[in-house]
Design a protein around this ligand. Structure first.
Ligand code: CIR
Length: 257
């Protein structure tokens, strides 16, 4: 069974954290419609959606990815780098508890799930304004035992590692080389975003299908040309909050006896 944990867009999304973008008005209805369309795509790809109720006082709470990292063996509850986002944790913990053992990142570690890239048994964690080396060490101690190799990686000019690179399958990454050095991914097949679409590196791997933003058609064509099935969605309103496609869900599998 494939599960997608999502959360309804908060009415207060206009008060979201912003790091690189100027604040512009976010239309809550448009954001909600785009989010519903994103969920519909995941449903069509075989995911069962577990939608958490909206959190009126947590502007960024739609971006559930930042609060947990779900592996087959364990889920890590993060300690988000932005103070305003730490109250997002209890509801995500409750949602994950039926499915996974839980581990936690504790002070003085900070970690956003958006900085954690899983490619097969390799995990890269971006050192960013939201994630630090303390948390990377904690993360490693939680997953070592399960056979994962954890690598820390420097990023440039973006919020999270996954604004720079995402996984298309267990051996292929989609990268913006202006934001992260390609030399980190010597053992992976690297597909580079179209240079005119610097935000396009965040695509969502949903089983064998890649969900890509409709704003970046050139990169979507490159992904398709590399042999992947691609579905596009419009995430332009959520992008005003510096959110992209991986941010809006926690995807994982549950074995049914
Ligand atoms: C934040 O700054 O925390 C939100 N406005 C955007 C978070 C996007 N999350 C992600 O890329 N994983």
């Amino acid at each position: 069974m494939h599960i997608a944990i999502t959360r309804e867009v908060s009415q207060s999304i206009g008060d979201c954290e912003l790091t690189h973008l100027e604040r512009t008005p976010i239309n809550h209805n448009t954001a909600r419609d785009q989010h519903a369309a994103y969920e519909a795509v995941l449903t069509s790809l075989g995911y069962q959606i577990e939608r958490l109720p909206t959190e009126p006082n947590m502007p960024d709470s739609v971006f559930v990815e930042d609060v947990a990292v779900v592996l087959d063996e364990v889920a890590i509850i993060t300690r988000p780098g932005a103070l305003s986002r730490r109250d997002e944790r209890p509801s995500i913990e409750s949602a994950l508890r039926p499915y996974r053992e839980l581990e936690h990142i504790t002070s003085t570690g900070i970690l956003d799930g958006g900085d954690v890239l899983i490619v097969g048994r390799d995990i890269w964690i971006g050192v960013s304004s939201r994630s630090n080396v303390d948390a990377i060490g904690q993360f490693r101690s939680h997953v070592d035992y399960h056979g994962y190799q954890v690598h820390s990686v420097q990023i440039r000019d973006c919020l999270h590692l996954k604004s720079a690179v995402t996984a298309l399958d267990d051996t292929t990454v989609l990268v913006n080389p202006a934001r992260v050095n390609l030399s980190n991914f010597k053992n992976q097949r690297c597909i580079q975003v179209d240079p005119s679409e610097p935000e396009a590196a965040n695509a969502l791997r949903a089983g064998r299908t890649i969900v890509a933003a409709s704003a970046f058609p050139r990169t979507a064509a490159l992904i398709e040309a590399a042999g992947f099935a691609v579905v596009t969605v419009d995430a332009s309103e959520l992008a005003k909050a510096e959110g992209a496609l991986t941010c809006c869900s926690l995807l994982f599998d549950v074995s049914v006896a």
